[in-house]
Write a protein that binds this ligand. Structure first.
Ligand SMILES: CC(C)(COP(=O)(O)OP(=O)(O)OC[C@H]1O[C@@H](n2cnc3c(N)ncnc32)[C@H](O)[C@@H]1OP(=O)(O)O)[C@@H](O)C(=O)NCCC(=O)NCCS
Length: 188
């Protein structure tokens, strides 16, 4: 499949990663505020590896975590996108939607705007039937994005993340949205 290189929303470009994104991406992944609901912050090398994996996911699947660029000032501010869930759980195989923004760009609606654009792509161009999202149960800012784009919590879907055995962040909540539910949000 031809990769979906770029998407666009009112205030953002969702684009391919550029080498010049690494310093800012590494800075945000080293910020304890951004990584509060992850087991640890990332080193520069680990952040570079994330970008490498994201590029590989685009090459393999034709979509992935798009780099976000503000149209007003050209700044790279983080990522939002789609990915195949990389572990086994009762709800897999599944496509997940995820986001991570630099702290100074929180509270401006960018994550929800980008996420909505990704859902449009998932259910439009990509013809998907369902998208899931999950996060540690205490991650309310992320849960708010899920709710803002019309996702619905699967009350029976809570699960222990297999990569976090025994960790305090292990218990995760699961949100879902089907193509039908997404279409309904368009008429609300
Ligand atoms: C999760 C995360 C992306 C949410 O970022 P965010 O900026 O709070 O999310 P949104 O883009 O939806 O913005 C919503 C906020 O912007 C405000 N806002 C301002 N202008 C807005 C606009 N034009 N449109 C919508 N919301 C707007 C809203 O009122 C809301 O503020 P509130 O939370 O104080 O009520 C961010 O906290 C983050 O990067 N966290 C770290 C990474 C992470 O945990 N990722 C998830 C792992 S699963």
């Amino acid at each position: 499949m031809t990769p979906i290189m770029q998407l666009e929303s009112a205030r953002l470009l969702l684009r391919q990663w550029q080498d010049k994104d690494l310093p800012k991406f590494a800075e945000m992944c080293a910020d304890p505020r951004v990584m509060r609901y992850f087991p640890q912050t990332l080193s520069r090398l680990e952040s570079a590896a994330v970008i490498g994996r994201v590029r590989g996911h685009f090459a393999e699947n034709g979509y992935g975590l798009w780099a976000l660029e503000r149209k007003d000032n050209g700044q790279f501010i983080g990522f939002t996108g789609l990915g195949e869930v990389g572990f086994d759980a009762p709800f897999t195989p599944a496509t997940e939607i995820g986001w991570r923004l630099a702290y100074e760009h929180w509270g401006l609606g960018f994550a929800s705007e980008a996420a909505w654009t990704c859902l449009r792509c998932a259910f439009g161009q990509l013809g998907m039937e369902e998208v899931v999202a999950f996060t540690a149960q205490a991650n309310l800012p992320s849960e708010k994005v899920m709710q803002a784009i019309g996702m619905v919590r699967d009350l029976e879907g809570d699960f222990d993340h297999p990569n976090l055995p025994g960790h305090e962040l292990q218990r995760h909540m699961l949100y879902r949205i089907t193509r039908e539910q997404w279409q309904q949000t368009l008429h609300e």
